[in-house]
Design a protein around this ligand. Structure first.
Ligand code: C2E
Ligand code: MG
Ligand code: MG
Length: 579
């Protein structure tokens, strides 16, 4: 009955998780708005002073109805989400949760460690409280007083309950004061972000993940050798440090973090990316300095050799450019600047065409030809991807209908579905509607869903995929082998086609073990009656190698690059002998 409890900022970003549930998985750094269908209602609440708390009914993305209670704690909000049978229980329940989630000592006891375990303990207490609902009226009053006291304690301590470091807000305030009072000195803001931290949580459990964060906090605290150094854990695994600049600072901090992670007792290679904003002149506010340090860190994510990056003019220009591009996305979509390119999928042996993948291109009047890797991640972040994908799917349906009407040979088109699209409850309905509108049958539209969209908690995604499959759509698992739980995904998702990731293929050529794994993946797919298509086939040798191991279908530059519809039709669909 009791569900989710967290403290978030006025944008909805979770600052501190108190109690999580599988149904409501927003953890620190994530946005609670993403959990709900009627986000505007929540936005409305988060812009108000709700010191007495407000409870409303809300719909989760799963359409389940829950109660949401929002209570202001200074500039933060306490969010409680729960489903209860009867409204009469509501006031008591809210009071009980409020009372149970905070005991003043929790924050104060041990700056580095016990906070987390105390919260775990409190979570169990919470369940017990819940059981004794109805009997606890007398106790309620006392508990409420404790809560009020606790509210002041939170503000006084300004501590992140997990690590004991400063909260982001407290860090900004203290760092801003240091920068202002030391106008003659130069400072650096350093962002530290653990790579693949999600894997630590998923594979070793959140307790281990939390322990790692606490230990990293201790390691960073070692950098504090004077009164001008401040450290915060701003979001899940993102830390910021303000330090006075020295010549050797970057190397020293980097070495410290590398030593810490390399010797960390986890059977996994841990790496962190470090980004630096050199606050030579202090024209920016501290929050923007942190953004830039983080942007520098992100610029080297996935780059194995780079350990740290300093924010520079090129990054600044890129940031402005990206922003400029994003500012024009809506008008560009309306103007038809996004083009759907098609890339052939073929039978390796004969070269016979079996379908095409739709890949979007942005032909921008000012910035020219832009590839998906330069805008899709940004659109996934700002939510525009769904509008773009709807446009692409509709265009593909239009193509399929036109081909039919013109008597051109037809063949299925595969469209990509972003994991973000699954948050939209209208997704299956829209696809079904397009098929009807253009008088197609669902098997003419294949749906490519990237393997990494499917994580442990994706019950909702599974339900949508099952529904789409029942409707007759063909489901393709894109980029198979790129995630770290490919076998899980394969065993749980009902799919028709598996697309082997091209990177997987590239590495297979030189590595015998990889070849064996690849071969097994192909056999496994065969046993599951799943068709395999290798993507990224560039050479005849690769094609022969694939055929030998029993993979008979491919897509790649060897057979054709993505091209405009016009070129595709001329080259593959209308010239005799080419298809
Ligand atoms: P994807 O769906 O895995 O598409 C395959 C990518 O591999 C395409 O990159 C394609 O051009 C490229 N490729 C194909 N053959 C070869 C080859 O032989 N060698 C090499 N090196 N690359 C090859 P592209 O078009 O840049 O798209 C990148 C990714 O962007 C796609 O990966 C897909 O995840 C995403 N994407 C593209 N169009 C859309 C779209 O309309 N909607 C969504 N949500 N995502 C899209
Ligand atoms: Mg694809
Ligand atoms: Mg792919």
């Amino acid at each position: 009955m009791i569900g989710y409890a967290a403290i978030c900022d006025h944008h909805g970003y979770v600052k501190r998780m108190i109690r999580n549930t599988a149904l409501l998985p927003a953890v620190e750094g994530q946005n609670i708005r993403n959990l709900f269908l009627e986000e505007e209602k929540l936005d409305d609440l988060l812009s108000q002073d709700l010191s007495y708390g407000v409870s409303i009914r809300m719909k989760l993305r799963t359409e389940k109805e829950v109660f949401l209670t929002v209570l202001s704690l200074d500039s933060s909000y306490l969010i409680l989400v729960y489903s209860i049978q009867s409204l009469e229980q509501l006031p008591q329940l809210v009071e009980l949760i409020l009372a149970a989630i905070h005991v003043p000592e929790v924050i104060g006891q041990d700056p580095y460690g016990t906070g987390y375990y105390e919260i775990q303990k409190l979570n169990s207490q919470l369940i017990n409280y819940q059981r004794s609902l109805g009997k606890s009226n007398a106790r309620l009053q006392t508990l409420l007083e404790e809560v009020r006291e606790a509210k002041y304690t939170i503000e006084e301590l300004e501590q992140d309950t997990l690590t004991g470091l400063l909260t982001e807000k407290a860090f900004y305030a203290k760092a801003a004061a240091v920068l202002e009072q030391n106008a003659d000195k130069t400072f650096d803001v350093i962002a530290v972000d653990i790579e693949q931290f999600k894997i630590v949580n998923d594979v070793f459990g959140t307790k281990t993940g939390d322990r790692l964060l606490i230990d990293l906090a201790i390691c960073l605290l070692d950098l504090k050798t004077n009164e001008w150094t401040y450290i915060t854990r701003a979001r899940a695994d993102t830390f910021f440090v303000l330090l006075p600049h020295t010549k050797t600072l970057y190397e020293e901090v980097n070495k410290k973090i590398v030593d810490f992670l390399e010797n960390y007792p986890l059977p996994m290679r841990l790496q962190a990316k470090m980004g630096i904003y050199h606050a030579g002149n202090k024209e920016l506010i501290i929050a923007r300095m942190c953004d830039r340090a983080l942007m520098a860190a992100e610029s080297i994510k996935g780059n194995y050799n780079a350990k740290y990056a300093v924010f520079d003019n090129a990054m600044h220009d890129k940031m402005l450019q990206e922003q400029k591009i994003i500012n024009t996305m809506v008008e560009s979509l309306n103007r038809g600047d996004f083009c759907v390119y098609l890339q052939p999928k073929v039978v390796i042996e004969t070269g016979e065409l079996i379908g095409a993948e739709a890949l979007v291109r942005w032909i921008h009047p000012e910035f020219g030809f832009i590839m998906p890797s330069d805008f899709i991640p940004a659109f996934e972040k700002n939510g525009f991807i769904y509008s773009l994908d709807l446009y692409v799917w509709k265009k593909c349906c239009e193509m399929l209908r036109d081909w039919k009407q013109k008597g051109i040979r037809t063949l299925p088109i595969s469209v990509n579905i972003s994991r973000i699209d699954f948050y939209h409850e209208s997704l299956p309905g829209m696809l079904i509607e397009f098929i009807r509108e253009y008088d197609l049958s669902p098997e003419e539209l294949h749906l490519e869903i990237t393997e990494t969209a499917y994580t442990k908690d994706s019950g909702q995604l599974l339900a949508i995929i099952e529904r789409l499959r029942r409707e007759g759509f063909i489901i393709e698992m894109d980029d198979f082998g790129s995630g770290y739980s490919s076998l899980n995904t394969l065993s749980e998702l009902p799919i028709d086609v598996m697309k082997l990731d091209l990177k997987f293929l590239n590495q297979a050529e030189q590595n015998l073990r990889r070849q064996k794994v690849l071969e097994c993946a192909v056999h496994l797919a065969d046993a599951l009656q799943v068709q395999v298509i290798a993507e990224g086939v560039e050479t005849k040798e690769q094609a022969a190698f694939l055929k030998n191991m029993g993979c008979f279908h491919a897509q790649g530059y060897l057979y054709g690059r993505p091209m405009s519809e016009e070129t595709f039709v001329t080259r593959y669909l209308t010239v005799p002998g080419r298809d």
